[in-house]
Design a protein around this ligand. Structure first.
Ligand code: NAD
Length: 492
């Protein structure tokens, strides 16, 4: 299969997907552009409260008619397995939509993101009949136990950086646990998810169980969070939006929120890391993937003094070897920034970092060699003080700072961030060093000798502190969409 394709030949879905079919609704226009060339991908409408109301009505009817929550768990699993198969059968189409509309490269969407999306659905389908409670200790002639039940209707809101996978972590788990879902796509990357919802219908998922609406955050997103019949909110996005969602959820009726938020993650490289050429490649590639638009981005490199000069040089050299280009060209190795607005935001923050006293070692401007689209050069700073926005703020682009450390305690002190605690990594062949960092660093995810997860489904994703709470994926990510009921029976 040749992965490269002509984006003008791909059919793009339109409308919201409510009650098992595409539905056009009036609303403010959302113009979706392809980040690689800024050409039009599609025009959708902001569904607002009406689209959410319609989705909730469809979800209620579907839950009642299909008995989704109470059917034999294996029957629920069977439908989800068919849904996963459909996703995989349509990998080429979904992978093309994903590449066209987002910063994901086609070299990794068809055989990567889409296959993993199907894998996530299968992983959670396997959990359908593994929902268990506990029998607790009581006196004679009484029985006390707990059972887990679905919430009913789950509201989910997702960002644009990994549109399909981030969504699957939520809809896969929520559906498997017996819920219906009302999900809002990011207004920047709606199309692959809309097409996935159609595949759910074709696979036989009862119409109305999985609804996908388009819209802006302050309208459609807020309508989901404040809807009285939506019982729990699962959100992935920025810390600022997470805080707004948490307060809206509290003010519009008490409902739980799961928040997967931003980060400013450290990557610690000790003198025992190993061959520096290999480490330089590993380190540079980890912050250039998806052009740095990754929540766990290792945006702060902490390097032990004695290897800092040599490793810094090698990392900079590696950043010059990129091939920026359209996401639909299989030879492209460096992605565009999602939008012109986001590129300007990154550039503004880079210039501010310089103004606040940091030293620019590489990049620091848009990539002029690429005529169309939103491309920004891999950018490296050093001498970034803890007060500088280069240390404090999430850029969500290919921008990192390099600092030196004297010993491991110094590295751990520097690794802690006052706000964020999403991820961290340490590169060392000395396992005592590695485990010391693992134990001490405040982060929800820690990697040793890599930065970023392998595509395993058992590994939970979620942060500490300002990076949020609650988990996606793993058993915790499944149980998050259930609530525990305690039962007491007196039979004497
Ligand atoms: P964002 O917070 O701007 O938007 C995320 C989603 O929330 C979008 O669908 C948006 O329309 C919606 N939204 C915005 N305001 C809202 C409101 N008031 N009420 C309800 N919904 C609202 O984030 P983004 O720019 O799309 O994505 C980038 C951010 O996401 C980064 O901060 C990144 O770190 C974070 N992220 C975190 C994880 C994780 O697992 N922790 C994963 C991916 C991305």
């Amino acid at each position: 299969m040749t992965l490269s394709f002509d984006p003008d030949t791909v059919q793009v879905p339109s409308g919201h997907h409510i009650g098992g079919k595409y539905v056009e609704l009036p609303g403010e226009e959302i113009t979706v552009l392809r980040p690689s060339d800024e050409k039009l991908m599609g025009v959708l409408s902001d569904g607002g409260a009406d689209s959410v109301e319609m989705s909730v009505a469809a979800a209620k009817a579907a839950l009642s008619k299909s008995k989704w929550a109470t059917m034999a768990p294996r029957d629920r699993a069977r439908v989800l397995f068919k849904f996963a198969d459909k996703i995989e059968e349509n990998a080429e189409y979904l992978g093309r939509l994903e590449a066209m509309g987002s910063a994901r490269l086609v070299s990794g969407t068809i055989t990567g993101d889409v296959v993993r999306t199907a894998g996530v659905v299968r992983y959670f389908a396997e959990y359908c009949d593994k929902l268990e409670g506990t029998v607790t200790a009581t006196k004679a002639d009484t029985l006390s136990f707990t059972k887990r039940e679905p919430y009913g209707i789950v509201g989910a809101i997702v960002p644009w950086n990994f549109p399909l996978i981030t969504a699957a972590w939520k809809f896969g788990a929520a559906l498997a646990a017996g819920n219906a879902v009302v999900m809002k796509t990011s207004e920047l990357t709606p199309h692959s998810l809309l097409a996935t919802a159609q595949l759910a219908s074709e696979a036989g998922l009862p119409a109305g169980l999985f609804n996908v609406v388009n819209g802006y955050g302050h309208t459609t997103g807020a309508a989901i969070v404040s809807h009285p019949d939506i019982q729990i909110i699962s959100f992935t996005g920025s810390t600022q939006t997470g805080a707004a969602i948490m307060s809206l959820a509290a003010l519009s009726g008490i409902k739980p929120v799961i928040l997967e938020l931003g980060g400013k993650s450290p990557q610690v490289i000790t003198r025992n890391a190993g061959d520096l050429d290999m480490i330089a490649t590993r380190v540079a590639d980890s912050f250039m993937v998806n052009a740095g638009q990754v929540c766990t981005l290792p945006s702060r490199l902490l390097i032990e003094d004695c290897i800092a000069d040599e490793l810094t040089e090698k990392v900079i050299a590696r950043t010059k070897k990129i091939k920026p280009g359209p996401t639909w060209d299989a030879n492209t190795t460096f992605a565009p920034i999602i939008s012109a607005k986001q590129l300007n935001r990154i550039d503004g923050m880079v210039q501010e970092t310089i103004k606040q006293g940091a030293e620019l070692l590489a990049g620091g401007a848009r990539l002029e060699a690429v005529n169309e689209g939103n491309f920004y050069a891999p950018t490296i700073f050093t001498n970034v003080s803890r007060e500088n926005i280069g240390f404090t703020d999430e850029f969500f682009g290919p921008v990192v700072s390099i600092s030196r450390f004297a010993d491991l305690e110094d590295a751990i002190t520097q690794a802690q961030h006052p706000v964020y605690g999403l991820a961290a990594s340490v590169h060392t062949t000395d396992m005592r060093e590695a485990m010391h960092v693992v134990d001490q660093v405040e982060a929800g995810m820690v990697f040793v000798n890599q930065h970023g997860r392998d595509p395993e489904f058992t590994y939970t994703a979620g942060g500490f502190k300002g990076s949020g709470f609650g988990k996606d994926m793993g058993r915790a990510g499944f149980e998050a969409f259930t609530r525990e009921k305690a039962v007491w029976i007196n039979y004497h």
